[in-house]
Design a protein around this ligand. Structure first.
Ligand code: NAD
Length: 410
């Protein structure tokens, strides 16, 4: 199933509950603008590589559009379209004043040098600079991109439009970035894990966790949960998965990964298993924090966890989602579970617009506040409708975007 089809089905489930009429469904589902550009990059060996980049702007009824930029070989227009729509619903669920957008370049960033990555990023900005900006569409990091890349985006965008660091978020702290942005998505997953466990009367120390993906989101989620005494028994990256039933020392694993080019390959203190096996481990909590579409009708029967936190965007397809829901598995949906990142991006944007810097404590407190409020609202809505947390989150999001659209006038 295509990624955009999956996002549409989740939307439709909630739209059915609130009896949203067909014309409004059509309006809310369609992207406002889809841009595809050619990005020609000179490689270090002098050859020219021609890549394809996308920026999809889904909806701006609640504010400037906001969403990450992904560098990955699987990026295509359909994936970016789906991720842009998810951003609209995510920003609405946590009630920050943004619409949704997403960008991507079809490229394997691991095969490029830093200089090549920089040339690629600057060239991409050359192609889209007039449709992004602090009051229209604000990019941020996603898979395969990092704070240094955000710095290049800012620098290149400012060459056309003048000083305005609010044109992109997820920048280095020395370059108008927010304290706590890098940890925010993973930390948010941890905060929400606590809330959910509390509601279910479970204790962290009795909770085994498996995490797929050990990048920005996976490492910070693992660190937070490990420090909060959850038992993280498995972690993984593109090289494979690493399992230790007694619990993995996350600080040690992080040190190993940092010393080995951000790779867990050969991590000696755990048994090596496959990423597929990790998904089927006997654990209480499963956290997909890498790619989309990893839990499908083909492997759903192997899933043993009874709580899934969607740290990645779109990790469970709609068929698997309904099978898991019927089995009583509690799924915290991506549009809430990983919203900590965009929330702190919003704080960064606010600080940039005010030329005023918050300290880490304030960022963490405000993040906790926003996520707690969103979690409580979604929990309540799910109880009111006797619906899954995903459908409840979509109902809240649709209501807010619908209302803003109507208020603005068509
Ligand atoms: P990242 O590039 O920092 O890390 C991705 C990780 O996934 C790496 O460890 C990589 O080795 C691993 N990986 C890649 N392919 C894999 C595979 N086939 N099997 C197992 N692991 C694999 O990316 P990230 O920023 O941590 O993003 C991860 C997910 O979280 C994505 O779905 C992204 O859209 C979502 N997300 C990220 C943010 C953010 O702030 N970075 C915010 C919201 C959502």
């Amino acid at each position: 199933m295509k990624a955009s089809e999956a996002t549409r089905l989740f939307f439709e489930n909630a739209a059915d509950k609130v009896d949203l009429d067909d014309s409004m469904r059509k309006l809310l589902l369609a992207a406002e603008r889809e841009v595809q550009v050619q990005v020609a990059v000179e490689m270090d060996n002098g050859e020219i590589e021609t890549l394809v980049g996308y920026r999809v702007q889904h909806d701006d009824s609640r504010g400037p559009m906001k969403g990450g930029l992904r560098y990955h070989p699987d990026v295509d227009l359909d994936e970016v379209r789906s991720l842009a729509a998810l951003m609209t619903w995510k920003n609405a669920v946590v009630n920050i004043p943004y619409g949704g957008a997403k960008g991507g370049v079809c490229v394997d960033p691991n095969k490029l040098s830093r200089k090549e990555l920089e040339r690629l990023t600057r060239k991409f900005v050359d192609q889209i600079h007039d449709i992004i900006g602090p009051h229209t569409d604000i990019p941020a990091p996603d898979m395969g991109t990092d704070h240094e890349i955000m710095s290049w985006i800012r620098n290149q965008w400012e060459k056309y439009h003048g000083f305005n660091p609010a044109c992109v978020t997820g920048k280095p702290v020395e370059h108008y970035g927010a304290e706590g942005r890098e940890e925010a998505t993973g930390r948010g997953v941890g905060i929400l894990a606590f809330k959910l466990l509390g509601r279910l009367g479970r204790k962290p120390a009795e909770t085994r966790v498996a995490i797929q993906g050990f990048g920005n989101v996976g490492t910070h989620a693992a660190k937070f949960l490990h420090e909060a005494e959850f038992k993280v028994v498995a972690i993984s990256d593109v090289t494979g998965a690493y399992y230790r039933p007694d619990g993995i020392d996350i600080a040690k694993a992080l040190r190993f990964s940092n010393e080995h080019g951000r790779s867990l390959n050969g991590y000696p203190e755990a048994d090596r298993i496959s990423n597929e096996e990790l998904l089927g481990l006997d654990v209480e909590v499963l956290i997909p924090a890498a790619l989309g579409g990893v839990i499908t009708s083909e492997n759903v029967d192997q899933i043993k966890a009874d709580i899934i936190l969607e740290a990645a965007n779109g990790p469970i397809n709609p068929h698997a989602d309904s099978v898991l829901h019927e089995r009583g598995v509690m799924i915290l949906p991506d549009i809430l579970a990983n919203a900590g990142g965009v929330t702190v991006s919003y704080f960064e944007w606010v600080q940039n617009l005010q030329y005023y810097k918050w300290d880490l404590n304030r960022v963490r407190q405000e993040l906790d506040h926003v996520l707690t409020q969103a979690f409580e609202q979604v929990w309540q809505e799910a109880n009111d409708w006797q619906a899954s947390l995903r459908t409840a989150a979509y109902i809240i999001a649709i209501r807010r975007v619908h209302r803003a659209t109507v208020l603005a006038g068509i």
